[in-house]
Ligand binder design. Structure first.
Ligand SMILES: Nc1ncnc2c1ncn2[C@@H]1O[C@H](COP(=O)(O)OP(=O)(O)O)[C@@H](O)[C@H]1O
Ligand SMILES: [Mg+2]
Length: 373
């Protein structure tokens, strides 16, 4: 008899979005069809320690001491394809068939975890190393999107060193190019962590100081006035499809961390109230963006539509979007006729497909003679 597919769900992690990830994992583990899958919870503590047990989620949520938990890891060599447990000098492996990485942000969504999964030769849901890295880095992402002819907000990129060496020059550059309000962002965070909207010079300086705590790569963007925030979910590998778009109506002046998760007052309008033509355009652009940054499996593509002019900008892509039952990514699929459970089935199938494809590629070359001896 075929055994069930063993699915490792990885959550937590070393990022500002640790808690968000725990909530995503709770929904996903509840929804995974137990008649098809054996679920292996794999938690990563804020200090990077891996744990795995039925209680892993609870332990991380309650910030319980993990001292008595056995150490777990994935071996970065391709023949084991297993979660390894090291305990009191003994080692045991649990074979894993596919991984769902639900770690948002650094060391999860940025290509690093994906690199480990590649080395471990494990199929996994979502973008590979390149797509993940491009999905994470707001500067590189905008460069690639621009190169693909997709519209992004006017911005300029610089380093924390540039600010430290000559803050005045940077501020005058920002003021020359843009008009307040501006957004200041670390290139590599998510959930609005480290992001501020600056309405004047004093706020710009404070915003730079905050952003520099999170990254050495930084950017300043022109704020889109009266922006509508539209999001679109994309699903697939080489020939992806887009969901109906949805709209976020943030409870704060912008969609910051509090408005996203804490105050519970932001509204989602699904589907977004858009003309058929505009909705079609957004969906097309979402698929184009997904392809441009080489995503796989899933991505949520976020847009800003300018209040007065109606101009459309791609704000960003998220390769591991929020995955709670009320998160936009699954909600938009639900509204497009794909239930949460079916969505997970499809993502797992896409992960297996991508892995098979990759393993069927030639990786070796046999030279005509052993010239290197
Ligand atoms: N250029 C901009 N114009 C208007 N609002 C913006 C702009 N950039 C960001 N925002 C607001 O800030 C929020 C967070 O910015 P975003 O770039 O999406 O970062 P994150 O990756 O943390 O979600 C957006 O959802 C939006 O509300
Ligand atoms: Mg965002």
């Amino acid at each position: 008899m075929n055994r069930k597919l063993r699915v490792g769900v990885v959550f937590g992690g070393r990022s500002g979005e640790h808690e968000v990830s725990l909530v995503s994992a709770t929904s996903v583990m509840t929804e995974l069809d137990r008649s098809r899958y054996d679920v292996v919870p794999i938690g990563i503590a804020p200090d990077g320690r891996w744990i795995s047990s039925a209680q892993a989620l609870r332990l991380l949520k309650e910030k319980t001491s993990l001292e008595s938990e056995p150490e777990r890891f994935l071996a970065p060599e391709p023949n084991r394809q297993a979660l390894v447990t090291a305990y009191q000098g003994e080692e045991a492996s649990l074979p894993i068939d596919v991984v769902i990485p639900l770690v948002h942000g650094t060391y999860g969504e940025d290509g690093t975890l994906q690199g480990l999964l590649e080395l471990a030769n494990l199929p996994y849901v979502g973008a590979g190393v390149l797509g993940s890295a491009l999905g994470m880095d707001k500067i590189a992402q905008k460069q690639v999107l621009t190169d693909a002819g997709l519209p992004v907000v006017r911005y300029f990129a610089f380093s924390a060193l540039d600010v430290r060496q000559n803050p005045r020059r940077l501020i005058s550059l920002a003021e020359k190019r843009f008009s307040y309000p501006l957004f200041v962002k670390p290139a590599n965070t998510g959930s609005s962590v480290g992001i501020s909207k600056a309405h004047n010079r004093q706020e710009l300086l404070a915003a730079l100081t905050l952003a520099m705590e999170y990254d050495r790569r930084l950017l300043v963007e022109q704020a889109v006035r009266g922006a509508r925030e539209i999001e679109c979910s994309v699903l697939g590998n080489d020939d992806p499809i887009a969901s109906v778009p949805g709209e976020i109506v943030p409870s704060n002046e912008f969609y910051d961390y509090e408005a996203k998760y804490v105050d519970g007052k932001s509204r989602a309008v699904v589907p977004a109230r858009l003309s058929r033509a505009l909705s079609g355009k957004i969906r097309k652009m979402a698929v184009a963006a997904f392809k441009a940054i080489d995503c796989a499996g899933m991505s949520r593509v976020d847009f800003l539509i300018a209040g007065k002019t109606g101009r459309i900008y791609i704000n960003e892509l998220n390769t591991i979007p929020g995955f709670t039952s009320i998160s936009m990514y699954p909600k938009l699929w639900e509204a497009s006729g794909v239930s949460f459970r079916e969505l997970l089935d499809r993502l797992i199938a896409l992960a297996l497909e991508r892995h098979r494809e990759k393993n069927s590629l030639r990786r070796t070359y046999t030279p005509a003679r052993d010239w290197y001896r």
